[in-house]
Design a protein around this ligand. Structure first.
Ligand code: FAD
Length: 416
């Protein structure tokens, strides 16, 4: 098959990996001028951990993972008010969990493609003319192409979803908060292996030290702390964050001054995407585009990896019957994604409590995590993955390059 994937994030690159490995011709289209880096650290466990294991990427990611000793909650004067050793999370995930920078995951997966996949940067699919037998895709810049399947892996605000299924407002469920993350060099204090967070009513800020003397910052805020006007450019983002976090104490003055000097802030609404159908004729959605669980679920990247694996696997299992493959793809994984979304909704109040009392109660609850039994009671559900990843036996000894292919994939290497 000829497959055009819009979006070279986690889902898009993972799907490109699997499909190209099976010998399909893959075209990856990314709006950004190069592979997007940035974003915060995340924990990969459950289906996401299994998915990278199946890709053969686990050893590399384990090399890139960050050791964390403790997650510490501090008050406005920097005094410890809550938190627990990271070992607790390791135990809950039976040791199968890795703390990784989003950038490292995206870069590692893209590295696996190794010229097997044609990638167009700085462009986007903007039209799809799907006649049932083929799809003719139009780009912002590149000339039109004919493909057999178009995949929207273009994130929360997916263009492919808009073109094929309808406007964002039909499917996006904002959870009342925004997220910002950015990276700063040489920030002090550094506190190796320590995740430190400070919460005030409606706002949360955390820092984590990463390689090359850099520190990642992560901010969450309820929408009532944002200005009522539309925030579009980077300077407006900085101004909005500065206003919202300036009275929070702790290291906020230093963090905001570092923010001022930084380029490339990740800033977005915390939303879920809920849809009845992820596929239509020759179009499919994957990752956040299909079923964003929101960062509150802590598993957006993991789900995206699992969905990419299952979509590729079902295509492999059903051969030429694309219709059945797409139906099975959604049937297999959508109930699992929906459960994750429901659970994430229930967690918003504890991530960003509205009141000072709520903050204190949440911090106290994190201290209970140090005692036996409580980790399972409080966070057991978060780590429970009620889905077994199917085995598809996806392996192709060599790529098949049709004689007149415009995609020119290079030969496959390695096996699973
Ligand atoms: C730079 C960046 C930083 C992030 N940081 C965080 C974070 O700190 N915390 C967090 O919880 N989540 C973050 N996310 C989101 C997180 O990566 C996803 O929720 C999760 O990994 C699911 O991945 P995805 O591939 O579905 O979507 P994403 O990782 O969002 O990838 C979507 C890709 O599609 C591209 N794209 C978007 N629109 C178009 C278009 N019209 N045409 C072509 N390409 C398009 C984007 O540039 C991006 O590369 C970040 C995403 C990005 C891109």
């Amino acid at each position: 098959m000829r497959v055009a994937i819009n979006g070279a994030g986690i889902a898009g690159t993972a799907l490109a990996y699997w499909l190209s490995k099976m010998g399909h011709e893959v075209l990856l289209v990314e709006r950004a001028p190069e592979l997007r880096t940035g974003g915060y650290i995340l924990n990969l466990w459950g289906v996401g951990y299994e998915a990278v294991e199946k890709m053969g990427l686990l050893p590399k990611l384990l090399e890139l993972q960050y050791e964390t000793d403790e997650l510490r909650m501090v008050d406005s004067r920097g005094r410890t008010r809550g938190g627990y050793p990271s070992q607790v999370l390791q135990s809950l995930a039976n040791g199968r969990i890795a703390t990784l920078a989003r950038t490292d995951i995206a870069t590692a997966i893209y590295g696996l493609l190794d010229n097997r996949v044609e990638t167009i940067f700085g462009d986007s699919i903007v039209t799809i003319d799907d006649d049932g037998a083929h799809a003719h895709v139009g780009f912002e810049h590149a000339p039109q192409r004919e493909v057999d399947l178009v995949v929207g892996a273009d994130g929360l605000h997916s263009k492919i979803r808009q073109i094929t299924f309808g406007p964002d407002r039909q499917f996006e469920y904002p959870m009342g908060c925004h997220v910002a993350s950015f990276e700063v060099s040489g920030y002090r204090p550094r506190d190796d292996n320590l995740y430190v967070a400070h919460t005030a009513p409606g706002r949360y800020v955390a820092r984590f030290p990463v390689r090359d003397d850099k520190t990642l910052f992560f901010m969450l805020l309820r929408n009532e702390y944002l200005p009522g006007t539309l925030i579009t450019g980077e300077s407006e983002r900085k101004a909005a964050l500065t206003t919202a976090f300036s009275d929070m104490g702790w290291e906020c003055p230093a963090i905001l001054s570092a923010l001022e000097k930084t380029d490339g802030i990740y800033f977005d609404s915390i939303s879920q995407v809920r849809m009845d159908g992820w596929t239509k004729s020759r179009v499919a959605l994957v990752g956040d585009a299909a079923a964003c669980p929101s960062l509150i679920a802590g598993e957006g990247a993991g789900l995206a990896l699992a969905e990419a694996y299952v979509l590729a696997g079902e295509i492999h299992a059903h051969g030429a019957d694309l219709d059945s493959a797409l139906k099975h793809y959604q049937r297999r994984i959508a109930p699992y994604a929906t459960r994750k979304q429901r659970y994430a909704q229930s967690l918003v109040p504890s991530f960003v409590p509205k009141t000072g009392l709520g903050v204190r109660a949440r911090d106290l609850a994190t201290l209970l995590m140090r005692l036996p039994v409580f980790p399972k009671l409080l966070m057991g559900r978060y780590f429970r993955d009620a889905m077994r990843m199917p085995e598809y036996g996806m392996y192709s000894p060599e790529a098949r390059t049709p004689p007149n292919s415009p995609f020119k994939p290079s030969p496959l290497r390695g096996s699973i």
